[in-house]
Design a protein around this ligand. Structure first.
Ligand SMILES: NC(=O)c1ccc[n+]([C@@H]2O[C@H](COP(=O)([O-])OP(=O)(O)OC[C@H]3O[C@@H](n4cnc5c(N)ncnc54)[C@H](OP(=O)(O)O)[C@@H]3O)[C@@H](O)[C@H]2O)c1
Length: 275
């Protein structure tokens, strides 16, 4: 297969690119900044992985990458929309430009790339589109409102898309990881610039959430598991829409499915109340 994956500098994207190439696929690995391809090039040495300049928010770059792949191969079998950004901070404290940026990367760019690849996929009557959502696309936690709402939007978009393109032989899925050990948890872990303001009334709650987060770090998953799931999905006949990944995501989803929302709310309040 010829596959385009976005956001391959680190994390799920890098590992999915390498894993797919090891399975014999030809991979175009998008990078927001091609000069940061060092880790990818090292991990993919000798494999059919082609790093390409692709800031997903840049329309010219999106067009150029998709055209170049189609000119070279005459087809694009799979698009994996992996690039994403996170932003911590209570909704009241976020700035408009910060929220817009989250939606630009996590929602609008995904939609635009899907638009760019669909004519070619429809033309051959097949294709796969896999969007990397999050457990935060199903359950919204406090302090992550911008991120959660962008992933909820991605979930809705993907569900509609699945119905729309099924008649053309195109398969669509969502990967919904809980916390995994990627750069999103370290280098790319962004917090709103207003969070540190001395008058931030949410500061004690944010500090408590941070404490809970730090204590959970050792239980975060191995991103290779997510890469393996994405790549194995490409070869499978069955193509379910949603793929929750990791114990924490599965446990949370099971809890909210079975228990009344009020119980979940009380549990969350108990865990996150500053003490
Ligand atoms: N790790 C988790 O626990 C977790 C859980 C649920 C969902 N996810 C989702 O998984 C996906 C991958 O994240 P990750 O965990 O692997 O984190 P990561 O290591 O930070 O990877 C995110 C990738 O997206 C890239 N990116 C950011 N903005 C971009 C842009 N405008 N254009 C192109 N690429 C861009 C980053 O490049 P730069 O570093 O160069 O900016 C990076 O390569 C995201 O959609 C994230 O929301 C992650």
């Amino acid at each position: 297969m010829v596959i385009l994956i976005t956001g391959c500098r680190s994390g799920f994207g890098l590992r999915t690119a390498v894993t797919a190439a090891l399975r014999g696929h030809t991979v175009y690995a998008g990078l927001r900044d091609l000069t940061t391809a060092g880790r990818l090039r090292e991990a993919a040495e000798g494999l059919p992985v082609h790093p390409v300049q692709l800031d997903v928010t840049d329309a010219t770059q999106r067009e150029a990458v998709v055209s170049a792949i189609l000119d070279t191969h005459g087809r694009l079998d799979a698009l994996i929309n992996n690039a994403g950004i996170i932003l911590g901070g209570s909704l009241e404290m976020l700035s408009e430009d910060e929220v817009r940026r989250v939606f630009e990367v996590n929602v609008f760019a995904v939609w635009a790339l899907i638009q760019a690849v669909l004519p070619a996929m429809r033309g051959v009557g097949s294709g796969a589109i896999i969007n990397i959502s999050s457990a935060s696309g199903r359950i919204a936690l406090p302090g992550l409102g911008a991120y959660a709402s962008s992933k909820f939007a991605l979930e809705g978009m993907t569900e509609s898309l699945r119905h729309e393109v099924a008649p053309f032989g195109i398969r669509v899925a969502l990967i919904e990881p809980g916390p995994y050990k990627t750069d999103m948890m370290v280098r790319n872990r962004a917090i709103s610039r207003n969070a540190d303001r001395p008058d931030n009334p949410y500061a004690p709650y944010t500090a408590r959430a941070e404490d809970v987060f730090q204590r959970s770090r050792s239980s975060h998953g191995d991103p290779q598991d997510v890469a393996d799931r994405i790549v194995s999905l490409l070869d499978r006949a069955a193509f379910p829409l949603r793929h929750p990944m990791g114990l924490s995501a599965k446990a949370r989803l099971a809890f909210v499915r079975m228990a009344p929302f009020a119980l979940w709310e009380a549990l969350l309040r108990y865990v996150l109340t500053p003490r």
